[in-house]
Design a protein around this ligand. Structure first.
Ligand code: UDP
Length: 234
């Protein structure tokens, strides 16, 4: 597969064209940002962890019936994926209160929620990714009702599959953000699933093994990513 022109550079990944117009190559960087790009840094080796972890999870999710963009891992940092048009929504599922949920609703971080929650944020850096509900999404035509139905079914399914998957390696899935893309008239899971986009706590110690170590200057950032990598036997 020939790596063609760069189509896009995001905060954590670059995307390149290929000779097949249905496929593109993502290249994961070590760059890290938080708080809508206000905090910037680099996490050595992060790109490799996020690439390989996302691919492992996408391959597993595909087997469980969650169609997604993963095609083939090309190298430590590069992966061939289906070229989708991203639905401009961040889809967040939570099992335990943390981060903005704790702040907004005054629920102590670490409180187990009675049921998983689903929330949407509009993907728009200039607006600071504001929270948005179903009727608002339909009103501004960010997605159709049919797309939202597919997205919510997939999002809860991803949660079920990943809770069990991480439990096996001693990790509690606190919450995560996923994104979807349009591909030949269907909506499929896309983007990444990594310690950048999930809150992952060690079950035994409740130690944070995710990007909150970077966001909150907790130290041991590289070590946390390396620990997840090790547990996944990547
Ligand atoms: N998240 C993400 N990208 C974002 C915002 C959130 O991947 O731009 C993930 C975050 O890692 C966490 C979940 O979504 O796993 C919920 O994040 P929250 O809304 O609590 O926001 P935060 O506290 O990270 O600002």
């Amino acid at each position: 597969m020939i790596k063609g022109e760069q189509l896009y550079e995001g905060k954590a990944k670059k995307v390149f064209a290929t000779e097949n117009e249905d496929l593109c190559i993502v290249d994961y960087k070590d760059d890290a940002t938080a708080f809508n790009g206000e905090k910037k840094g680099s996490i050595a080796g992060k790109g490799v962890v996020n690439n390989r972890m996302s691919n492992l999870l996408f391959a597993y999710l595909a087997k469980q019936g969650v169609e997604n963009h993963f095609v083939e891992e090309l190298s430590d940092r590069e992966t061939l994926v289906k070229k989708v048009s991203i639905v401009p929504l961040e889809v967040i599922i939570r099992n335990t209160a943390a981060g903005s949920f704790s702040k907004r609703f005054g629920v102590e971080e670490g409180t187990k929620l009675k049921n998983p929650t689903l929330e949407y944020c509009l993907k728009d850096d200039a607006l600071g990714d504001p929270m948005i509900n179903d009727s608002q999404i339909l009103a501004i035509e960010s997605a159709t009702q049919e797309e939202l139905d597919t997205i919510s079914v997939y999002a809860y399914k991803v949660n079920e599959v990943l809770i069990a998957f991480f439990k096996e390696i001693g990790i509690e899935l606190i919450d995560f953000k996923i994104e979807f893309g349009r591909y030949h008239g269907r909506v499929i899971l896309a983007d990444e699933i990594s310690p950048d986009t999930c809150r992952l706590w060690d079950i035994a110690t409740r130690q944070k093994l995710d990007k909150d170590r970077f966001r909150r200057d907790l130290g041991g950032v590289e070590e946390a990513y390396a620990e997840v990598f090790k547990r996944l036997k990547l």
